[in-house]
Design a protein around this ligand. Structure first.
Ligand code: SF4
Length: 319
């Protein structure tokens, strides 16, 4: 079935290496897809490729497909990509200061997106910006409009960045670790704003995170990534009730819970290997507590059951 965004096994690489080589997912309007995994799993690289922001020199997408609203994003000329980026597809980054210009007042920075993508005049752009700031629950939008980024807290800056992302009226929002740089209480507010946006505006939201707690709280579906591959995917309730892949099980064990005995929080031993040194067979094998001989040579394929719960592990048989 055709979805708003369809990603089908793009090989995303640099030189001889392909850090991302087996990622297939789709997302439609009104959905929140959580993409979860440790640093180095290829989450942000996949988002960068969808946004058409891979470095011009050295990076490549050598096969596979990525289509947005029927438009093939792979090889799309930069001029056409620029119209989609910030317009139909918008990105919210981890650190708001990478999106904001410290020398320009925040209001006019939101205006720019409306003026560029919706072709509205200065007065209409300002009115839209103030309305968006109010939607983001920013108190006194008319006052904040004239402030510089350094005069705002981290949470306020991230609200401005979300307003900027919305100003072009996107259909797809990609939020790459949008709360990692924020205090825990502010994190919850920003996640609530994002979830409400999807419900109220019918946006599609890809929420990239390393935090399974955020996925459980906010997402409809989840794709768990490890070493450039999706190793488990499905509806959030099913994955949390019945995780099948050893890596997903380990990630869920790492979620802090109220009343836990001090010092009992789990950790996953080892680290994510570098793309230049991916192990043969299953890439999780060096850290997997239940690996068998077959895992050394055979790459497990993602196979799903009738409920759309997919797993890539030799110990999980197809239903
Ligand atoms: Fe562990 Fe083997 Fe499954 Fe990989 S395929 S997760 S190494 S059991």
């Amino acid at each position: 079935m055709k979805m708003l965004l369809d990603v089908e096994r793009p090989q995303i690489g640099f030189g001889a290496f392909s850090p991302v080589d087996d990622v297939t997912f789709g997302i439609d309007r009104g959905e929140i897809l959580g993409v979860v995994g440790e640093s180095g799993s290829g989450k942000s690289l996949s988002a960068t490729a969808i946004m058409g922001l891979l470095p011009r020199i050295g990076a490549r997408i050598s096969s596979g497909r990525m289509t947005f609203d029927g438009i093939d994003l792979v090889g799309l000329p930069e001029k056409r990509m620029r119209r989609l980026r910030g317009g139909k597809i918008a990105l919210i980054t981890q650190n708001p200061m990478t999106s904001l210009d410290p020398m320009i007042r925040v209001g006019p920075q939101i205006d720019q997106s409306s003026r560029l993508h919706l072709k509205v005049d200065r007065k209409a752009a300002r009115a839209r910006s103030l309305a968006l700031m109010a939607d983001m629950q920013i108190p006194n939008p008319a006052v904040v409009y004239d402030l510089y980024p350094f005069q705002l807290s981290g949470g306020m800056k991230q609200r401005i960045v979300i307003a900027m992302a919305l100003a072009g009226e996107p259909q797809l929002l990609i939020a790459d670790e949008p709360t990692t740089a924020l205090d825990v209480t502010v994190q919850a507010q920003i996640i609530k704003i994002l979830v409400d946006l999807v419900k109220q505006r019918g946006l599609a939201l890809i929420l990239i995170t390393h935090d399974m707690g955020i996925v459980a709280h906010a997402c409809d579906r989840v794709a768990v990534m490890y070493c450039g591959r999706i190793i488990e995917s499905g509806a959030v309730e099913r994955i949390f009730e019945n995780p099948r892949h050893p890596y997903t099980k380990a990630l869920i064990r790492c979620i802090p819970r109220l009343g836990m005995v001090r010092g009992s929080l789990s950790a996953i031993p080892g680290t994510v290997p570098n793309a230049a040194a991916y192990p043969t067979g299953c890439r999780f094998r060096p850290r997997c507590p239940v690996a068998v001989v077959r895992c050394q040579t055979e790459i497990p394929k993602l196979h799903g059951d009738c409920e759309g719960h997919g797993t890539a592990c030799h110990l999980v048989t197809a239903a």
